[in-house]
Design a protein around this ligand. Sequence first.
Ligand code: MG
Length: 389
Amino acid sequence: MCERNVLRNMKTISLIGSTGSIGTQTLDVCRKHGIKVNALAANSNTALLEAQAREFSVNAVCIFDKTRYGDMKSRLADTDIKVLSGMDGLCNIAASGEHDLFVNSVVGMVGLLPTLTAINAGTDIALANKETLVAGGQLVMSSAAGKGVRIFPIDSEHSAIFQCLQGNKHEQMKKIILTASGGPFFGKKKKDLENVTVEQALDHPNWSMGNKITIDSATLMNKGLEFIEAHWLFGVAPENIEIVVNRESVLHSAVEFNDNSVIGQMGVPDMKIPIQYAILYPERFECDVKPLSFTDYGTLTFAKPDYETFDCLRSCIEAIKRGGAYPCIVNAVNEEAVRLFLEKKISFLDIGRAVSDSLSAFGHMPADSYEDIEKADRMAREFLKKLFE
Ligand code: MG
């Protein structure tokens, strides 16, 4: 039987964040393998969302920005496609149960409630929204375990770790080796980074991604968020996660087992591989990426990260060690700081300073319920606003 036939009656997905970088690549995978799409959601790009909705003959769309609801509705007036908006719309899709897999590729803390809603509906999740696990790791993982819901990571590092664990006993894993590209400012010191422009920070050497994550990669906040994400996804203590810089982004992460054997997952830096693995798991079908040629690379280099220069990375590790709402706080402060940096209102180094300051500004707060997390998130955003008023 050909690959397409195996899948034809197998999978239907719903996808939120469909017009972003991960979203459009997810639809490339669906197009290639004939995967059905039940519903789509986007923040504001009505034109692309309309085109996607028509191409995949979806049942529903959600435009998150409520001011664009009228536009979206009129665009699809000649179809039977249901048009939703706002957080209610995202959660409506998450709860619908008219899919086998809920793919969450929105950016930021906004992804948490739809994730929790899908878990409550008992739906497996392919997760690209790392803030979901950073802000609500404890709640998300315990809810998922309670409902028997599986979370398939889309982030390339976590997909790598997940792949390394296949066929191995989880409890025999000794350590996670989380790789980092080092970002565009690898080797630089603070004094070199004082006048970094938005354009320089957006110029990533290996990966092509959305703006928020590209800035997070330049500050190494992204690796800090991934450190926290790895802790929750795989239940590994912070002391047993080592960050290693691989400048070429070929080793996507590795796992060291009790016998000191290390299994790593490699490939060219292209998100199609982790996206496809999360959606088609456990199948490995043809994928539209270049094969990896070791001899083209010649050398792979490894280094330790610079925790002195990159405040965000150090702060994230400190936040997960402290526990409670600290990871949620550093995430929220970073989200707001990145927005201000992209608007050219604060400097590049201000992002790290703000994230680091937030750790001393707040006492211990719980993160056991959605209300706890929402409160910490709100307080952290207010803290950041006051900092730069
Ligand atoms: Mg990543």
